[in-house]
Design a protein around this ligand. Structure first.
Ligand code: G6P
Length: 590
């Protein structure tokens, strides 16, 4: 969600900005733009759509060594060139990620001072504010101008500023939206995350909230409240990688396939981190907070922990948790699950939990991300760089870690390692021919997913995958709830996908399938091998057998065919699988 890049150094700026923007594409965007100094003038270029569109407009022969770039994921105002960043007012040009919450109040104030706004964005208001403070306080240094602006801006922002009078500097300011400064040899890079310039430098300053950074060709300084402060340069090692698609057509397929190879790695790495965990037994309450796919992983975690340990676990959507009574105190352990480690709502929950005295544990994929830095304890999921917006391997890695936690604290102290055979089983599901099912699904408007208990949760995730990348409306229902409403939606040929992995609920779910089949549904049954003696062949149209498994590995195995059904259906529809419309990988605004 919005990507920011910046460069100052000896090299030509445009190729560097474009490279960085492309690396940040995964975050989700609908327009892009750059600004750069060329012969003492700030040049702007913007376009809607993909970065390739912006590239077509750029004149690479214009020499420049300092510039900024942005991919915009529209929040305030439509996807138009006018609303795209960079925004420029007076001597100030900026790119911004985040949301200025008080922009309407500021806009009114600035309008009364004579500013005319051309866009619907909050960013243009921030730009005007900086310009106004600068114009009216000619004795202030730019750092102090930005410091004054910070006092007035409410909300979240990562902003990079170019100033007409200062052609040898880039200014950055940050509150609650991520921003890093990469340090090269006589060159500096600015980016929303490390992945933009990993091949250029591994040395970074991670900006903290309310900090302002000033970079010139040969120096960087960090300020807080107008006062110069020391900073730490973090050197990244093998924890971060630059992702490539390899031989696959899409990142999503590459990431689905990787799941079987990652299991062994996860096993070793998790046990390396175990020592650093809090003593979970010392808490009275465990709350899991997360969004999207990570929330579904949390629900699986609840199931595994409650089934096998004596903990009661409650799972909350992060954007709701903040606004409800949540009983947070020092006896609460809050587990925040997040692939990116940047999700604004999840981050806000962690901060709130800490303020109220709770202990926080992050289950995070991206090394050194905002949530990873704020939590008291962190377990990295080591899924590697996930590029496709629809999360796959990050989800299974989260489920895996939660399973290991449940194993660790299980009440019956039996030693199990149920994960060893998982790679072979996953590969078996990869080989299944999904084409007949996909042919039935790809032109449909609605698809329903059914399951009971943990299978219902897996279906929530399966259904989310489908809607994210195929744009087909889909919903997951607890099979037992069918008769309380959803069954009225079943018509001739409505697709219903059902999952059965537990013996105790199998017979009941099979009855529910029969009910939809009797009303004309096209039923795809995904069922664990050998779970029932025999199934009436009339109750489904297609069946996928899951290799025999146990409760820990079952949610990992069950999600594979659901990920693949979503993937192949989107492929059949010829859609942009890795970058589905309107979605962002990293949701850095609330
Ligand atoms: C976005 C992504 C999802 C992800 C969710 C939470 O919606 O598109 O794939 O599950 O954010 O992200 P997180 O990085 O916190 O896991």
């Amino acid at each position: 969600m919005c990507g920011i890049v910046g460069y100052i150094g000896k090299r030509q700026v445009l190729p560097i900005l474009i490279k960085g923007l492309k690396r940040l594409e995964y975050r989700g965007y609908d327009s892009a733009g750059v600004a750069f100094f060329h012969q003492e003038e700030i040049k702007l270029q913007k376009s809607v759509g993909r970065i390739q569109e912006l590239e077509k407009k750029l004149d690479y022969s214009l020499s420049s060594h300092i510039g900024i770039g942005h991919t915009r994921w529209a929040t305030h105002g439509k996807v138009t060139i006018m609303n795209s960043h960079p925004h420029q007012i007076g001597k100030i040009t900026i790119v911004h990620n985040g949301i200025i919450e008080n922009y309407l109040t500021l806009k009114k104030e600035l309008e009364s001072k004579g500013y005319l706004f051309q866009t619907e964005t909050d960013t243009e208001v921030a730009c005007a504010l900086i310009d106004w403070i600068k114009k009216n306080n000619s004795s202030l240094k730019m750092v102090d101008v930005l410091n004054e602006a910070m006092k007035k801006l409410k909300g979240s922002y990562a902003i990079v500023v170019m100033v007409q009078d200062e052609q040898d500097k880039l200014y950055v300011m940050k509150k609650e939206s991520p921003l890093v400064i990469g340090i090269g040899k006589e060159e500096y890079f600015v980016a929303s995350d490390f992945s933009a310039y990993l091949d250029d430098t591994k040395d970074y300053i991670i900006l903290e909230d309310n900090e302002i950074g000033v970079t010139s060709m040969d120096n960087v300084s960090i300020y807080q409240n107008g006062i110069l402060k020391d900073y730490v340069v973090k050197t990244l090692n093998e924890e971060v990688e630059i992702a490539t698609k390899g031989e696959q057509e899409h990142y999503m397929m590459k990431e689905i396939k990787e799941q079987s190879q990652l299991i062994q790695k996860w096993n070793t790495l998790y046990f390396d981190q175990k020592e650093k965990l809090p003593d979970i037994t010392s808490y009275q309450r465990i709350h899991i907070v997360a969004c999207g796919t990570a929330y579904h992983a949390g629900l699986i975690g609840k199931y595994l922990l409650e089934k096998n340990t004596d903990f009661e676990v409650n799972v909350y959507v992060a954007s709701e948790y903040r606004y409800q009574k949540n009983f947070l105190d020092k006896n609460t352990l809050v587990i925040a699950i997040s692939q990116s480690g940047e999700t604004a709502d999840t981050l806000a929950c962690v901060k709130m939990a800490k303020e109220k005295g709770a202990t926080t544990l992050g289950i995070i994929n991206v090394y050194n991300s905002s949530i990873a830095r704020v939590v008291d304890f962190v377990i990295y999921t080591h899924a590697g760089c996930e590029v496709a917006v629809a999360s796959t391997k990050a989800y299974t890695s989260q489920v895996y870690v939660l399973g290991l936690l449940a194993l660790e604290y299980q009440s019956k102290k039996e030693k199990k390692n149920t994960y060893q055979e998982l790679p072979v089983k996953i590969n078996k599901l990869m080989e299944y021919d999904y084409s007949t099912i996909v042919k039935h699904l790809y032109q449909k408007k609605d698809i329903f997913y059914l399951g009971r208990n943990i299978d219902y949760v897996s279906m929530l995730e399966g259904s989310l995958k489908l809607k994210e990348i195929t744009y087909i409306h889909s919903e997951s229902f607890p099979a037992g709830e069918l008769k309380h409403g959803p069954i009225s939606l079943i018509e001739e040929d409505t697709p219903v996908i059902a999952l059965i992995t537990h013996e105790e609920t199998a017979a009941k779910t099979i009855s529910n399938i029969k009910e939809v089949k009797a009303r004309g549904a096209y039923v795809v049954l995904i069922i664990e091998d050998g779970i029932v003696d025999s199934i009436d062949k009339n109750c489904y149209d297609e069946v996928i057998y899951l290799p025999k498994t146990d409760e820990y590995t079952c949610p990992i195995l069950s999600i594979i065919p659901l990920q693949l059904i979503a993937y192949y259906t989107a492929k059949k529809k010829n859609l942009d699988i890795d970058k589905p419309r309107n979605l962002a990988k990293s949701v850095t605004v609330e």
